[in-house]
Design a protein around this ligand. Structure first.
Ligand code: PMP
Length: 434
């Protein structure tokens, strides 16, 4: 972006914020807030956030810390007692050995991804990332100055990547591969052989691998495979792997903003530099809460996982009733709903349109769903180009909201089919959307 600056010189990209893609949900949220202010009760299925409260023993640990300890600065990578517990968690849940020195505590998984990108890629580098994928990857790559190169996940296989598509996109400038399993927005859990194949691909092309495992404890069927379990100890130490983890989803701690990353010794040195320069350290009370989460009973995690699984089953049963079931998410707490085709219609590619209307279709649908049914979802086009015909429904909401919200989606799809070939476009100017 060219910008006029005082003194008459033109400088490209003067300010970082000008390079950032806007937060894609902003427009929808604005409409939602207007409706709430007008007294409407919304069914919110857009938030990637558990509707559970943080378990009490975790909250109590933070309160005790605030009451009994000085809230000082701490070591930039996190307090050693927490890092020891995190190393134990990695062994217990993720199944590989790591020392406390190879762990850095971060501002959520978001902070972990940002630090990892800032420490490893920059202008001229290309980064392979899943499509559909978490929209923040794009925004964070814009901050790092590197180029996003999306690789498609295939709805026909339950949203798994096809290695041939990755091979097509890799070149001499590719530096890093982002893998996210269990995935947002798909809920797909990559099987062991696929993780092994992705690792092999990364090895052959000498890529760094960033494995975003923020939903590692939310798997309903099958197993969560951390790519690091398939690396040799030397490979882990040599540092081609970065693991990203979070307390947000596992313990219903989104607002506490705590996560962590794992990396080999060499990478850890640069990561620590960026971490120290970025925010010095996290609040002590938050780190005490995280320690309590790891040391305390884990049945809260099992209970929340069981609830998400029940909601997943409820969503699938409803979609089947409406003829819109397409796949079963095996982890995380999201489901993608196809708004353009019913089950059994196959995965025919949508004819390409030069005016970009296909990309906007899901957004138009989400706006209409909000205006006519008071239901808020995330349009699929915000996750990439593979999901322009989808909306994402979060199963972080309660059962009634899911039932009502999903029914509204399916009913609106049916209405759309009755008088328009493409779901959103013909109704963009319907009487209630003005
Ligand atoms: N990665 C993925 C794939 C996510 O969906 C999220 C949260 N929506 C995060 C990372 C980061 O979450 P947090 O910063 O709350 O740990």
């Amino acid at each position: 972006m060219q910008q006029e600056i005082p003194g008459g010189r033109e400088e490209p990209g003067q300010h970082l914020w000008q390079r950032l893609p806007p937060n894609p949900l902003a427009e929808l949220r604005q409409v939602a807030e207007e409706r709430e202010r007008a007294g409407q009760v919304l069914r919110r299925l857009e938030i990637g956030e558990p509707n559970f409260r943080t378990p009490q023993h975790i909250v109590a640990a933070a309160i005790a810390s605030l009451q009994q300890e000085a809230q000082t600065y701490g070591p930039s990578g996190g307090w050693p007692w927490l890092r020891e517990l995190l190393a134990e968690k990695i062994r217990r849940v993720n199944g590989y050995e790591v020392s406390a020195a190879n762990i850095g505590v971060t501002v959520g998984g978001t902070g972990a991804v940002q630090l990892a990108l800032l420490a490893t890629v920059g202008p001229g580098d290309e980064v392979l990332l899943p499509d559909p994928g978490w929209p923040h990857y794009y925004r964070q790559l814009a901050i790092a100055g590197a180029k996003p190169v999306p690789y498609p996940l295939d709805p026909a296989s339950g949203w798994l990547p096809d290695l041939r598509e990755l091979e097509r996109r890799v070149n001499a400038r590719t530096r890093l591969l982002i893998v996210n399993s269990p995935g947002n927005p798909t809920g797909a859990v990559f099987p062991r052989e696929l993780i092994a194949a992705l690792l092999d691909f990364a090895r052959r092309h000498r890529l760094l691998l960033l494995s975003d495992e923020c939903y590692d404890e939310l798997v309903f069927e099958g197993e969560h495979v951390s790519p690091a379990t398939l690396l040799t100890a030397t490979e882990r130490e040599r540092g081609t792997f970065i693991g990203v983890y979070s307390f947000s989803k596992t313990y219903a701690m989104t607002g506490w903003r705590i996560g962590y990353l794992v990396a080999g010794q060499v990478l850890m040195r640069s990561l620590s530099q960026v971490l120290d320069a970025s925010y010095t350290s996290l609040p002590l009370a938050t780190q005490r809460a995280a320690a309590a989460a790891l040391q305390g009973p884990q049945d809260c995690v099992a209970q929340m996982r069981a609830a998400y699984r029940r909601r997943r089953d409820q969503a699938i049963a409803l979609l089947k009733r409406y003829g819109r079931y397409e796949y079963t998410p095996h982890g995380a707490f999201y489901i993608l709903v196809n708004i353009a085709r019913k089950s059994g219609d196959g995965h025919r590619a949508r004819p390409a349109r030069s005016d970009g209307s296909a990309r906007e279709q899901a957004t138009a649908f989400a706006l209409e769903l909000l205006r006519r049914r008071n239901v808020l979802v995330v349009p699929g086009n915000l996750f990439g180009s593979s999901t322009v015909d989808y909306v994402r429904v979060s199963l972080g909401a309660d059962e009634e909201t899911i039932e009502e919200g999903l029914s509204s989606i399916c009913e609106l799809c049916e209405e759309g089919k009755a008088h328009a070939p493409g779901v959103g476009e013909a109704r963009e100017h319907s009487e209630e959307s003005g």
